[in-house]
Each structure stands twice: as C-alpha cells, then as structure tokens.
Design a protein around this ligand. Structure first.
Ligand code: FE
Length: 350
C-alpha cells in the first residue's frame, strides 16, 4: 500500500536526526537505475529541511549481464565505484551518503568509510521504510547482542528439524545493524535490526537442516520441504533435499566458484516490526527481503564472502538464509530459544 510523501519525509527526518545530521553538512544521495522515485524525492526534501546540503550522484548499473537475478544483492563483485575517481572524490567529501542504489561492499566503500563519511543504505519500498523506522531502543538492543557476540568463543545452533552447527568465534568482529548511522565512518541499512559475526575461517562444522518455512534469499522463496546442508571445515560439502535444494544448488553452481560454499555471516534477528510472513505478500522484484533477514528470533546465516570483515574470500555469490525456531547459544548461554530472543540484561532492563 502506498504511503504519502508527508509520511515518508517524516520517516526520513527521524532517521536523519538519529544519524545526527547537522545543518551545513554535505549529503550525497547515491542513485541508480532501480532507485525508487518517491524515496529519492522525500530523502532530498528531508535532508534540505534539516539544513543539509544535498547532492545527487547517479551511477550506471554493473553486473546486470552476469547475474541470474534482478535482486541487487544477488551478484557481488565490482561496483560502479571501481576505478571511478570522480565519484570517489565526491563521496569521500560528503559527511553522509544515502545509498539509494545498493552500493555493495567493496574496497572502495571501505575507503570512503575510513575518511569518516557515513553510509546509510535504504532501498526497500517506501511503505517498508515507513513501517520500520529505526529507534534508539533498536540500537541499544542490537548493540547489546553485538557485545555478547564479541565476548563469545563459540556459537552453537540447534533445531528440532535437525540442525546442529558449531561455529568457533573470535577471529572476526561482531557487526551490528540497527538502521541509522550515528558515528563517523559507520555503515548501516534501513531497515534492519540484527547482530552478526563470521565463524573463524575454515572451522565451522555440523549440519544445517532448513525446515518448511525457512527462507532462501535472493530467491525469496519459503522452503517447502527440508534441505540438509553438511558443513565441514567452514564449507558446505553437500546440499540435499527436494526441489528447493536443487534450485539452490543450480544457482550456486552457476558461479563456478568453490568459495561460494563457504559459511559467511551468522547471527540473529532483533527487529520486532519485521515479519516472517511479509515476503509472501510481495513479488520477487518488489523487495530485497529485509523483513526476512531481520524478523525477531530468526537465525540468519549466509554462504559466500567474508572480505567485509577482513577475511580473504571475495566470491560474487551470496546466499542469505533466515531460519525459524532455532536455539542459538553463545558459549553455552542461550540467546535465542526456539526462535524467541532472550535479550538478557540490557542496561538494567531485561
Ligand atoms: Fe548477507
């Protein structure tokens, strides 16, 4: 259902205020072929209404001819910034970049962030943005989960469907996504709401059993029958099951890259305004599935690269898989119990 410009401008103003936008700061709106016109229009108005100096940088798409999917997260690799000195100069000179294009992780993005520029990705449809305007409470809750991950040496995940996965931790940092950028050099994604990390390289092992209703992204499908994925030495060694296992396998084979099968980020969803069922209402190309990634209590794991946190794998293939009803433990302490988040003590509140 459509939202009014008034409501979307209001949402943008909240996000920009949480991101500490100050009058006189330079904001670049990064746009591309798939940027939603209402999102662009309302973001521009909101920036100017808060006294920001707004610029627009429109870049041509890349990789479209290589990807098997129209989803903007489906094919990593080079970005429109690769070798683009002019765009890099503009983005580095900005206080804040609103990424309405989907600038995927890249060395260039890392370089921009290292100058102190903040980047906020926002590409979901306007009504999804309005439904999931982030809050300070989201930030506190996600940061708390991130702190728990930072201290842990092992994540253990089990489910009644048969999942039993052990991921040694400590090599890579915890990453928190709560939907706004309140610190210099921060990257975030509106909407989101989850904490994650990456298993130590080559050390995760066990069995993942996707149950009916678990979600494959970027396919944006609900699994209709179990898929069993055996993980050894940090890599998926086998993917077995029915039709959806075959669809997943065929898609991954198309990249012809052994690194596609590496276990990538692992974590859990913490966004109460995200819903597991939302994806059932949307066409495959209308959303990138942030409800699916962020809904409260899902165990989200992925297959693909780990260079985002300093690892060596840079595969173009990236599969995100939110699972329901899992129990997640950090060093034996339960943080998600059969799909229900156990927050622990957040600053005096439980
Ligand atoms: Fe991912």
């Amino acid at each position: 259902m459509a939202v009014s410009d008034h409501d979307l401008i209001h949402a943008w103003r909240q996000v920009l205020s949480l991101s500490k936008l100050e009058a006189g700061q330079c904001v670049t709106l990064l746009t591309g072929a798939d940027t939603h016109p209402q999102t662009l229009r309302c973001a521009m108005t909101a920036v100017q209404s808060l006294g920001g100096i707004a610029n627009r940088l429109d870049l041509p798409p890349v990789n479209g001819g290589k990807s098997l999917s129209r989803d903007s997260l489906a094919y990593l690799g080079t970005t429109p910034l690769t070798g683009n000195r002019t765009a890099m100069a503009a983005l580095k000179a900005s206080d804040l970049v609103l990424d309405l294009m989907t600038l995927l992780f890249s060395p260039e993005q890392h370089e921009i962030l290292s100058t102190g520029t903040k980047i906020l990705l926002a590409v979901e449809p306007p009504e999804v943005l309005c439904r999931m305007v982030p809050s300070e409470a989201d930030r506190l809750r996600v940061l708390h989960a991130g702190e728990r991950i930072s201290k842990a040496r092992e994540m253990h995940v089990v489910s009644a469907a048969g999942t039993d996965l052990r991921c040694p931790l400590g090599q890579f940092p915890a990453i928190t996504e709560y939907g706004f950028v309140d610190e210099p050099g921060r990257w975030d994604h509106w909407p989101s709401g989850f904490a994650l990390t990456f298993p130590n390289d080559g050390q995760a092992s066990g069995r993942i059993v996707l149950d009916r209703g678990d979600i494959l992204l970027p396919m944006k499908t609900y699994v209709s029958e179990p898929i069993e994925i055996m993980i050894r030495n940090g890599f998926a060694q086998s993917i077995e099951g029915g039709l959806h296992a075959q669809l997943l396998s065929d898609y991954m084979e198309s990249f012809d890259d052994p690194e596609a099968y590496a276990l990538s980020h692992i974590g859990w969803g913490l966004q109460p305004r995200a819903r597991w069922s939302t994806l059932a209402h949307y066409g495959h190309e209308a959303t990138i599935g942030m409800d699916a990634r962020a809904f409260e209590g899902n165990f989200l794991f992925s297959l693909g690269p780990n260079n985002e946190v300093g690892g060596s794998r840079t595969t173009a293939c990236h599969i995100d898989i939110p699972m329901r009803h899992c129990t997640v433990e950090l060093d034996g302490e339960v943080v998600v119990e059969r799909g229900r988040v156990l927050d622990g003590d957040i600053g005096g509140r439980t």
